[in-house]
Ligand binder design. Structure first.
Ligand SMILES: Cc1ncc(COP(=O)(O)O)c(C=O)c1O
Length: 416
């Protein structure tokens, strides 16, 4: 299967970049980080041009891959398009659980674990690194809780860009090793992801590498945006009632919210939006606290802890964008306990045969909690994002030993 296009200039519709806080305009096609106000830059497009240039019908015949949405993406020159096979990820129903809990409703899991490097971080990083290549970057660095660093390492190797990755020293071992295997230098820091971010910022000033921290460059959002476009297309351009999103830096929720606005502007969807639900662990819930307090910016969460590593993010530079999406959509923010995450992880795997990542187990726990407290309805059509392959995470030990040559108690064995 062809995953990206070959030959021919790309129809590109980028018009400019815009500060997400002040609306100040910046030129596209030059290397940018954050705005003068220190906030994320958003990519803006000539949406009328896209509306005239691309139809939903024309889209339908393209390869089932991320680059099918190229008009809504910023890369200009075909030689800069990177790909490791970014497939469209399946929407997998949970029929047994839905029959038990959600009378008349539907629970769909968008399984992002099928993407290159086993997580949805591939979407953001394939765009960020393609654009870095286009803009002449030769060295990149980022702080990570694991999956983003793995994706950046892979695409940087693909692009011939040198990569430096900083992660907390208790990041899952598989992430640390895959980052190194995929050609990056990896550093283990005795702190959290924002401490790693400060080191990346210091290195940026000292040695001039390009800082690819979450929302510090404009293009990871564009990659994550494809989750929203793809979801709309898979559901025949009818968005679900509720989306539960495990929120760390929030690129995905911000990206999807942007996608829905752009899709409406080009006439592919109507005004209906899903209620966006931010899910965090009770041990690290800055966005939930900010949502409950009704404020626009979240303060740093001290002593952050959760075994769902991807959502252990004490502070997010795009906090106000996350909260805006939640509020504008009529959604809410929910925190779940470590016990609830662990229980939910086992439950979906054992009952439906779908091994989630712990971050997504948190969304399932939040789904059950929200059904119980009436914040969502049993007949809602709900989407949970499975952000990474469950195989990346340390699971509880299992297995009963058998010794060859010793008698087996078959009756007892079959009762287990
Ligand atoms: C598995 C997993 N889930 C969720 C997240 C949070 O994603 P976001 O930064 O888009 O909020 C991450 C990010 O590290 C992750 O690796």
């Amino acid at each position: 299967m062809q995953h990206h296009w070959t030959g021919g200039d790309l129809p590109t519709f980028v018009s400019h970049l815009e500060c997400s806080l002040t609306g100040e305009r910046y030129p596209a096609d030059t290397l940018q980080t954050v705005s003068r106000a220190g906030r994320p830059l958003l990519v803006r497009y000539d949406l009328d041009g896209i509306r005239r240039g691309l139809s939903r019908e024309a889209l339908a015949s393209r390869p089932q891959a991320l680059w099918r949405y190229r008009e809504l993406l910023p890369v200009r020159r075909p030689e800069n398009v990177l790909s490791l096979g970014e497939v469209m990820t399946p929407l997998i129903p949970l029929p047994r659980i839905a029959a038990r809990l959600a009378k008349g409703g539907e629970i769909l899991v968008k399984d992002e674990g099928r993407l290159p490097t086993g997580s949805f971080k591939a979407r953001g990083l394939v765009l960020a690194v393609s654009m870095a290549k286009e803009l002449g970057v030769d060295t990149m660095a980022m702080p990570t809780n694991g999956n983003a660093g793995a994706a950046m390492a892979a695409y940087c190797s693909r692009a011939g860009i040198k990569a430096y990755v900083f992660c907390p020293d208790d990041t899952p071992a598989v992430n640390i090793r895959e980052i190194a295997m995929q050609g990056a230098e990896v550093f283990l820091v005795d702190g959290l992801i924002d401490d790693c971010g400060r080191l990346v910022g210091q290195g940026e000033r000292e040695v001039g590498w390009f800082n690819c921290s979450t929302l510090w460059e404009p293009y990871r959002i564009e990659g994550k945006k494809t989750m929203g476009i793809e979801l709309a297309e898979q559901l025949d351009w009818q968005l679900p009632d509720v989306i539960f999103y495990p929120t760390g830096g929030g690129t995905g929720i911000i990206g999807m919210w942007k996608a829905f606005a752009e899709l409406e502007a080009i006439g592919w969807i109507g005004p209906k939006r899903p209620r966006m639900v931010v899910v965090q662990a009770a041990g690290c819930a800055p966005m939930v606290k900010a949502w409950e307090e009704g404020v626009e910016h979240a303060s740093r969460w001290e002593n952050a802890h959760t075994f769902a590593a991807g959502i252990r993010v004490p502070q997010a530079i795009g906090d106000f964008l996350i909260l805006r999406a939640v509020r504008e959509s009529g959604g809410f923010a929910a925190a779940v306990s470590e016990e609830a995450i662990a229980g939910a992880w086992r439950e979906v795997a054992a009952e439906e045969g779908l091994l989630l990542c712990p971050e997504t187990a948190a969304t399932y726990a939040a789904y059950k909690q929200s059904l119980a407290d009436g914040r969502i309805r049993p007949d809602d059509r709900v989407v949970l994002f499975n952000c990474a392959s469950g195989l990346k995470y340390p699971m509880p030990e299992a297995g009963s030993r058998l010794k060859l040559g010793e008698p087996v108690d078959w009756r007892n064995l079959a009762r287990a």
